[in-house]
Design a protein around this ligand. Structure first.
Ligand SMILES: [Zn+2]
Length: 449
């Protein structure tokens, strides 16, 4: 989704933390070595559960994972007892907009909001996302350079939230999905007009410049708008926007610096040109055909398809002022997207978990699991899309995505078997990130003395 919202402001963010409910702001710091008893462990290195396991956490990271029978827990050691629970890696959403709110759809807001609104939103949304069990996100589109600042504030421990892999504003053509369309020529809402908000570019050389500028200001990933979109005025989701040559330039510049590229692409031809240009993920992928599916398989491109939020867009979003033009687009695109997702899954395309949170309320991210299983994935496959595969896509596989020695102690627990009923992931009972407990409805951390 989003083209415009807001800039992050540290001083305002601080006020907002004070106003958060205690449960959101609270963190329980544990001693440096902690033993976690996992009754049922899905470590995401395979599709299997293992019973009666112990994870030894030292500081922020996992030191060891082994069957309980092989680990002597010393007398007096700190134990987090999740022996009645199902323990999984912290979840990863590869397509979020933490600056966005899902109750502000009227396009007039594009010229009413100041940048501070997005800062407030980001503080609250980051906390909600973490409480929902998502310990890492890739944020793929916000005003310059909200996501970079949010990443820093969370990494500093200033506010609670998931680890953030940050993009800058999506790079879009003039009049495209990322532009502010449909207003009179004199109506402007740009923070950096001389740089066209580090977003608009026409021709390969302008794309090169925007990619280099974004890297200069600290982004981890480049987001492109390959085709039109649903939640934008005056453009068609199926129409190609950035050309192959423009996308190839972006990919070459980004990959040269070790950064990945995500391409928003609904339209059939735009998907193929983005894949051919070498992007690392196709976002949405709604109108993909068999040739596009075959190309994604051949290139190893991830499909990051937001197949839950159709429900919200065609329900609540209409109440919140979504214009009829966008409702009509969603009605056409949403159904096809789910059918084509099923075809891509059946063909063996690599799938990652990305929801477009911000289009729907942050914290409801896990509602997408139901649809991923309904449209062809196994529960284990859907979980791995949000753990090991997601970590691969966001280039953080050395740190997150599985529960193994050396990785961050980012883990969640639920009180029923998600392989039997995937929807239990909508009710995460325990959240640890980097060895710190951020949520505990199980009482397990109370045993940690
Ligand atoms: Zn989006």
């Amino acid at each position: 989704m989003f083209r415009k919202l807001s800039l992050f402001c540290l001083s305002l963010a601080a006020l907002c933390v004070l106003a958060l409910p205690a449960a959101l702001a609270q963190t329980a710091a544990l001693p440096s070595t902690v033993y976690i008893k996992a009754g049922h462990l899905f470590d995401a290195t395979s599709d299997q559960l293992r019973d009666n396991m112990v994870l030894v956490v030292e500081g922020e990271r996992i030191a060891k994972v082994a069957p309980a029978a092989q680990i002597d827990i010393p007398a007096g050691a700190v134990v987090v007892d999740l022996s009645q629970a199902w323990v999984l890696p912290g979840l990863i959403d590869c397509h979020t907009h933490l600056e966005g709110r899902a109750d502000k759809y009227d396009p007039i807001n594009e010229v009413k909001f100041t940048p501070f609104q997005g800062g407030f939103n980001g503080v609250v949304n980051a906390a909600k996302t973490l409480q929902a069990g998502f310990t890492s996100v890739r944020d793929v589109g916000s005003q310059p350079f909200f996501a970079v600042d949010l990443r820093r504030a969370i990494d500093e421990g200033f506010i609670p939230g998931p680890r953030v892999v940050a993009s800058g504003p999506p790079i879009s053509i003039t009049g495209g999905h990322g532009d502010m369309n449909g207003f009179a020529p004199g109506v402007q809402n740009m923070m950096y007009p001389a740089e066209r908000d580090f977003s608009l570019a026409d021709g390969p050389e302008e794309v090169r410049h925007q990619v280099r500028e974004q890297i200069k200001y600290g982004v981890d990933v480049i987001k492109l708008h390959a085709t039109g979109g649903v939640l934008s005025a005056g453009d068609k989701p199926g129409a190609e926007q950035l050309t192959y040559e423009e996308m190839k330039m972006a990919v070459d510049e980004a990959h040269r610096t070790g950064r990945k590229v995500a391409a928003h692409a609904h339209g059939t031809q735009g998907i193929k040109d983005a894949v051919r240009a070498g992007v690392d993920s196709i976002e949405h992928g709604s109108l993909i055909d068999q040739e596009g599916i075959d190309m994604m398989k051949a290139h190893g491109t991830y499909l990051d398809a937001d197949i839950y939020n159709d429900d919200y867009i065609l329900g609540k979003a209409i109440e919140f002022g979504l214009p009829k033009e966008m409702v009509d687009k969603e009605k056409t695109v949403g159904r096809l997207q789910r059918e084509n997702f099923a075809k891509a899954v059946a063909a063996g395309v690599k799938i990652s978990f990305g929801t477009d949170a911000g289009v729907y309320p942050h914290g409801d991210n896990a509602k997408q699991f139901h649809y991923m299983v309904k449209f062809g994935m196994t529960p284990a496959g859907a979980i791995r899309a949000a753990t090991s595969s997601a970590a691969d896509l966001i280039d953080r596989a050395a740190d997150v995505g599985t529960l193994e020695a050396g990785k961050y102690a980012d883990l969640i627990a639920v009180i029923a078997n998600p392989l039997d009923r995937i929807e239990v992931l909508e009710h995460v009972a325990f959240v640890m990130k980097g060895g710190k407990v951020y949520k505990d409805e199980t009482g397990a951390a109370k045993t940690a003395k």
